[in-house]
Structures are given as C-alpha cells and as structure tokens.
Design a protein around this ligand. Structure first.
Ligand SMILES: Cc1cc2nc3c(=O)[nH]c(=O)nc-3n(C[C@H](O)[C@H](O)[C@H](O)COP(=O)(O)OP(=O)(O)OC[C@H]3O[C@@H](n4cnc5c(N)ncnc54)[C@H](O)[C@@H]3O)c2cc1C
Length: 450
C-alpha cells in the first residue's frame, strides 16, 4: 500500500522494545515534509523513532508517525564538531561515519540503534552523567513542526520554553525535524577499560564515589546476592584511549576496529530459559567469571558502549509476553538506603531480573528529564503476574525515598504513582495547556495523564 494512502491504512500491532504492551495502531512513514504536513491534520498523533523506548511512549493508536525516512546528514563543522542532522537518523550511522574522522557522541545510551529524535525526546543519559550530563546539554538548536505544520526553531535564546520542554518531553511538544548538536573529539576508537569487584553494597557505593575521575562508570549488580553479599557488583570504568596507548598494529590506524558478527534470535525463547534458577545461575557465574578474568584491557567502542547490541533482537529472550524495565533514580542522600531496600525485596521475591544496572548521576537537571543527582537502578523483568506485582511494590519504595522514574523505560506505571514521584508534571501540563494544542499524545501520556 502506498504510504500516501494514509486515510485507508490498516492498523497494525505496535509495541516498544519490551514487546509489552502491544496496541493496534495506525502507523505512517512519510518520505517528505509535504507528506508529513498532510499527516498532521488529525485529532491526535505521536512521533516514533526506532522504537527502542521500552513501553508505550512512541505509540498513538490514531496515528503513529515513523520518522526514520528523515535520516540525512545536513551539515558538519570539522573545527567545532557541530553536526546538523534530520531527526530520524540512527546514532549508529553517525558513529560509523564520523568516528573515523575523530568524533564521538558526548553522551550515548546503551544501544546505538536509536534515532536522534528519540535521544532528544528522552534526553538520554550515558555512563558519564556525573561528568557530562544528558544529551540535551550538547544541543545547539532544534527545529520542530507543530500541529498546524509550522516549523519552529528553538534554542537557549529563541523559543526557550519550547526548547527546554522538548528535551526530555517524550514527543509531546511536537515533531522534531532537525537537530544541531556537538560531537566531542577523540583520538582513537578504543576505550581503556578497568574492572573492579565489589563484594557488597557498601563497597559498590565506595568504589563509585572514589572513581568519579573516570569518564565512564557503570556497575552490574548481582541482584540475587543476599546477606553479607547483598549488592555485590562488577564495576566497569572507561577512558578514551590515546594513540600511544594502543598496540603497535593499531597505532597506525587508531580508528580501525573489526566489525563483529551480530547474532539474531529467530524465535521467542520458551519460559524455562529465563526461569528463576537459570537467572540465578547466570548472575553467580557472571560474577565469578568477572573475578577471574583480566581487570584492565583496551576494548573497541562497540564492545564498551553497546554490549547488548551484539544480539540484534535480544528482547525475544524474555518470551512472547515481553518484559518491562524498571528504572528509577534516588536523591544522593537517600540512594544507598533506598537501593538496599529494593535489592532486599527483589532477592526475597520469586522474580528474576537478568540485568541490574547501577549508575551515578551528577547535578545536571533539565525541565522534564529523568536524571537528578544520585543513583539510578535499572532492572528487567519478564511479564508475568508476580513480576507486575513486584514492580508495584518497587514503585512504592521509590516514592518512599523521593525517587522518580524514567519514562523511556516505563510501560506500566500508574498515574497516581507518577504524579507522586514527579511534581514537575504540573508545570509540563500547564505548558501543554497554554502553549501547545495538545494534539501530541501517546498511549503513555494518556495512561499517565501528562
Ligand atoms: C538496550 C537499550 C539500552 C538503553 N540504554 C539507555 C541508556 O543507557 N540511557 C538512556 O537514557 N536510555 C537508554 N535506552 C532508552 C533509549 O535511549 C530511549 O528510549 C530513546 O528514546 C530511544 O530512541 P528511539 O529513536 O528508539 O525512540 P522511540 O522509542 O521510537 O521514541 C521514544 C520517544 O521519543 C519520541 N520521539 C522519537 N522521535 C521523535 C521525533 N522525531 N520528534 C519528537 N519525538 C520523537 C517518541 O514520541 C517517544 O516519546 C536504552 C534502550 C535500549 C533498548
């Protein structure tokens, strides 16, 4: 069917990366501005990038606009690193073209399969938030198309409110067309990686606080450890390697790395693959293996930043019901106590989290972005009744300690919980009421009444 036949396009089942929830929705994939403009004349709509948010933030049942045909490089200044691109371009394509010329994104999420529009709308953070802040910090200006088809340029000096609410605004302020942002210079495509082992939660926090000089820092927590080992973890620290630190053969070609074969999962895994027992065994073995393997090594950018991308559709591992990610952040002063309570509850429960990632955020806040100074914990759970109920309990603990939740990962939170966790919602609602026409809505914004 031609993409211009949008009036008769049939709904299709769409989900986020977690494959939960799934909605029957009308999806359009315009190829030109004129076509995009004609699609805006509808009651409600939302833009979609590469669908790597976990839940329902990039879905509108009436009209979901897939922006991936807007994927051109528009300008690059090799003196300053200023790059202007269309919003549907993938981060992967930017890295593959500009890293060999000595440029890398200042902030990157844990997958390179995201669009720049999605990175702006979620105001993504990386393993360096405590030093570098979020992606939004590096944006010079954004061009947005509103419901009437008007293109509005916004920046720190022009249409300021629109600029700041769009960064982290989850697509609810309009459709991002073009973005100008800065890359950072690097001299190789390699990262000096150091691994540290923490035998309990006290050590985990100590190691984080004493290693903030490193550019990148993240920890994987064994969330099945109990008692004295509760919160044991493997911390990965990273620094961009300099040319003279590389092996002889790479010194001559510091940006050359070997492309690795990607694995593709052909089917949904059956339930027993990620049973409690198998996840427990995986967590223990991973921890023990990390203890005995090399502590310092130089790895290529893809291995360090995007280990999960090795398996193209790893979301199928969780089975056909899908999975949810729970990610929250706590104020610094309450982080340790709060995370201990979350881990105690998880380790006692019958639930299994395959991935538990701890990050330290710095004091860089934006209007509606997720990060705040403190610690953030992210956990994956396959969808079943026990895990849904466990996540409801984790929500309550998060509220108790003044924490908040990451909308790009959320697929199931209740409006009441969201309202208690994030008082900024009142200002965002007011901005949307007064300044926008509220046509931009997603299943998530309907669920949370944003
Ligand atoms: C394996 C994995 C690891 C991740 N790690 C991190 C991490 O470390 N840090 C982090 O911050 N996030 C992380 N994420 C989340 C991811 O970075 C965000 O969800 C990001 O928004 C996804 O981009 P996307 O292009 O797929 O957008 P989508 O998922 O398609 O959309 C996400 C949001 O952006 C909006 N949007 C997309 N394009 C536009 C546009 N052109 N105009 C207006 N709004 C738009 C949508 O409406 C929606 O609200 C991770 C996700 C995965 C799957």
């Amino acid at each position: 069917m031609s993409s211009k036949n949008h009036n008769i396009r049939k709904p299709e089942l769409i989900s986020g990366w977690g494959l939960y929830p799934r909605f029957s929705a009308r999806k359009e994939k315009p190829t030109s501005i004129n076509e995009l403009k004609s699609l805006l004349l509808t009651e409600t709509l939302i833009a979609r990038g590469n669908g790597r948010s976990y839940g329902d933030s990039a879905i509108n049942k009436v009209k979901t606009i897939d922006m991936r045909n807007f994927n051109r490089f528009l300008y690059f200044d090799k003196k300053t690193g200023l790059l202007i691109v269309e919003s549907g371009i993938l981060l992967k394509d930017i890295i593959e073209i500009l890293l060999p010329k000595g440029w890398f994104p200042p902030v990157t999420p844990g997958t390179k399969y995201v669009t720049i529009g999605g990175m702006v709308a979620a105001d993504v953070h990386g393993k360096n938030h405590y030093k570098y802040g979020t992606f939004g910090k590096y944006i010079e200006w954004i061009e947005i198309i509103n419901h009437q088809g008007k293109i509005i340029k916004c920046s720190r000096d022009e249409n300021t409110e629109l600029f700041f609410w769009t960064i982290g605004g989850m697509g609810l302020t309009g459709i991002i067309l073009n973005v100008a942002f800065f890359l950072k210079p690097v001299t190789t495509a390699w990262i000096k990686q150091r691994k540290l082992i923490a035998n309990n939660i006290e050590q985990t926090f100590k190691l984080f606080e004493s290693n903030k000089d490193f550019t990148y820092l993240v920890a994987w927590i064994d969330c099945y450890s109990k008692g004295k080992s509760l919160g044991r973890s493997v911390l990965l620290l990273g620094e961009h390697a300099k040319k003279n630190e590389l092996e002889y053969s790479y010194k001559k070609a510091p940006f050359k790395t070997h492309k690795k074969k990607k694995i593709k999962i052909p089917i949904f895994f059956p339930k027993f693959v990620l049973s409690n027992l198998s996840v427990k065994i995986f967590n223990s073995l991973n921890f023990l293996f990390s203890k005995i393997t090399k502590k310092n090594k130089i790895v290529d950018w893809d291995t360090f930043f995007y280990p999960l991308d090795k398996i193209l559709n790893w979301n199928k591992i969780y089975g056909s019901r899908g999975f949810a990610q729970f990610q929250c952040v706590f104020p610094l002063s309450k982080s340790k106590e709060a995370i201990i309570e979350l881990l105690c509850l998880i380790s006692k429960s019958k639930s299994s989290s395959f991935l538990a990632v701890l990050k330290r955020f710095g004091n860089h806040e934006n209007y509606f972005s997720f990060p705040r100074e403190g610690y953030s914990l992210a956990l994956d759970f396959p969808i079943n009744n026990e895990n849904l109920s466990l996540m409801n309990s984790l929500d309550k603990i998060t509220i108790k300690y003044g924490g908040r939740f990451y909308l790009a990962k959320d697929s199931r939170m209740k409006k009441e919980i969201f309202e208690k966790s994030d008082l900024r919602i009142k200002k965002f609602r007011a901005f949307r009421e007064n300044e926008l026409d509220k046509h931009f809505k997603s299943c998530q914004s309907d669920r949370l009444k944003i």
